[in-house]
Design a protein around this ligand. Structure first.
Ligand code: SAH
Length: 502
């Protein structure tokens, strides 16, 4: 007998921006064992599924074999009957022109329990991201959402165009690009004035969003002229005029920019989130990976005599992670630090310590090694013993400055940064508008893969997290356009938003 009953979550992924997934949807995806998804679901959402989750793509893409609706329904029933927690992920909302109703009924018929997690439909979100409110007190008290799938020119339509041609309502069409001529003709025939404003929003809520504004009389010609293509939402009504004052998303400074993120994923993910929120499209291309140092014994030995140190110093979040990993492997926890004081190079490192219950005693105003060395020299006396827990390949300036001032420094290589081999890196960089470097090693990792980096990056905006990283890039002949004032990814984003000239 099957010990556990399977279950299906029908989850709406929202219209494209991964930030528009609901909390409940995210929870379902994070806990699922099989994920069955469409082409409209964004990769960032699919990536939320656990690593061992079975991912099954059933969407339509040109030239690819696709499952029929019957096959998809049979597949989710089968997975659930195997006892799995299954998420069926659909673009937008699960019921708005998405056949979620049929899937739920099939599950019901098979006796499979299910939850419905509604999603934000593109019908409302795409106009919202174009600055068009679907209702506005000045214009309308109702709106309708219709499918434009049926071609009225073929002589048959189940849509009531006499009702849809109401100037006091907002009329929204999905899947209407193929039949736009017939739809517009039908609305005009039923009395909707040719002057009625029309907006078409394609790829709504994504960095690739585009909006076309015209009138009922001109829209077909405009679509033809601009080759405006699906997937798109057609919005008809006076609310379209409000875009002038409400337009926001496609005005953001980084909107539509493709940004190469070269730092490793665990850190890159947070950066990617920020980029999405700024309207940019992150291209994840880690050039480095963090791993154990050549000699892990030094870290273990240092942790064993942790009580000997007056200060423990961290110059990265990775150092903090490595420290607590080593401590944990020795059967100890944060209490082992005892009376030793703790220094962090910047807010991210301090936050990582804080997550372990450690409040830092010193963090410099400028987040570089030179400032850590200066601050610690002021706070210690000759003969004091300091433990520096950091990358194997880190610069020597910190221990050397302290030693020159008579401090005893144990400089422990706690982790090692290695270069990632990525044969696609050049192609990814060529697609990008902006290339970001968040440490010297990300620059070196880039050059490791793309020997003529200076040439490849010549026409890109190159952004560095701080002056040291910028100097490393410049030393390799790479022009740097933007340097953050605060040396964090948030600082880098701010600098990009303020300074990018494109
Ligand atoms: N369930 C989905 C709709 C699926 S039908 C929802 O609620 O959004 C597919 C149609 O949705 C497309 O042809 C297009 O008209 C529309 N669509 C989906 N995502 C879109 C997006 N990001 N921007 C514009 N239109 C979109």
């Amino acid at each position: 007998m099957n010990a556990r009953r399977g279950k299906v979550w029908l989850v709406g992924a929202g219209p494209g921006d991964p930030g528009l997934l609901t909390l409940k949807g995210a929870r379902a995806i994070k806990g699922c064992e099989a994920l069955v998804y469409d082409y409209l679901a964004s990769q960032a959402i699919v990536d939320l599924a656990p690593p061992d989750c079975e991912r099954i793509y059933v969407g339509k893409k040109a030239g690819q074999h696709t499952l029929t609706q019957t096959e998809i329904t049979a597949l989710i029933v089968k997975l659930a009957l195997e006892g799995k927690r299954v998420v069926r992920l659909k673009g937008g909302d699960v019921f708005v022109f998405a056949r979620g109703g049929e899937e739920a009924q099939a599950l019901h018929a098979a006796g499979v329990p299910f939850d419905i997690v509604p999603g934000i439909t593109s019908a409302i979100a795409a106009p919202a991201y174009a600055g068009i409110p679907v209702t506005h007190r000045d214009h309308n008290t109702s709106f309708s959402i219709s499918t434009g799938h049926e071609d009225p020119l073929k002589g048959y339509t189940s849509l009531d165009y006499a009702k849809l041609a109401n100037p006091k309502s907002t009329t929204i069409f999905l899947m209407a690009m193929g039949n736009l001529t017939g739809i517009v003709a039908e609305l005009q025939k039923n009395g909707l004035p040719g002057t009625t404003p029309v907006a078409i929003v394609r790829e709504g809520t994504k960095p690739t969003q585009e909006t076309l504004i015209a009138t009922l009389a001109t829209i077909v010609d405009e679509v033809e002229r601009t080759q405006f293509a699906a997937p798109a939402i057609v919005v008809i009504g006076n609310v379209v005029n409000e875009r002038e004052s409400i337009r926001w998303f496609d005005r953001a400074p980084l909107f539509g920019k493709r940004v190469l993120v070269t730092r490793p994923p665990a850190q890159g993910d947070a950066f990617a989130q920020h980029l999405w929120e700024a309207g940019a499209e992150p291209l994840l291309a880690p050039t480095i990976a963090i791993g154990p140092p050549d000699d892990a014994g030094a870290a273990t030995a240092a942790v064993a005599r942790i009580r000997d140190y007056a200060w423990v110093v961290f110059t990265s979040r990775n150092g903090v992670d490595a420290f607590f990993d080593t401590l944990g492997a020795s059967g100890k926890d944060a209490r082992a630090i005892g009376d030793a004081k703790v220094a962090a190079i910047g807010p991210k490192t301090a936050a990582a310590l804080s997550a372990h219950g450690i409040r830092v005693d010193f963090m410099p105003d400028v987040y570089i090694n030179e400032a850590v060395a200066g601050g610690l020299t002021e706070r210690t006396a000759p003969g004091d013993r300091l433990l520096v827990f950091r990358a194997q390949e880190a610069r020597d300036v910190l221990p050397e400055t302290l030693r020159a001032a008579g401090r005893i420094v144990d400089d422990v290589a706690a982790y090692k940064t290695r270069f990632v081999d990525d044969p696609d890196l050049r192609a990814k960089a060529e697609r990008a508008d902006i290339v970001t470097f968040t440490s010297s090693s990300t620059v070196n990792g880039f050059v490791h893969n793309v020997a003529d980096a200076a040439h490849v990056l010549a026409r890109k905006t190159v952004a560095a997290i701080g002056p040291i990283t910028a100097a490393t890039a410049r030393g390799l002949g790479i022009r740097v356009d933007v340097v953050a004032e605060e040396f964090t990814v948030e600082g880098l984003l701010q600098a990009l938003e303020a300074g990018v000239i494109v």
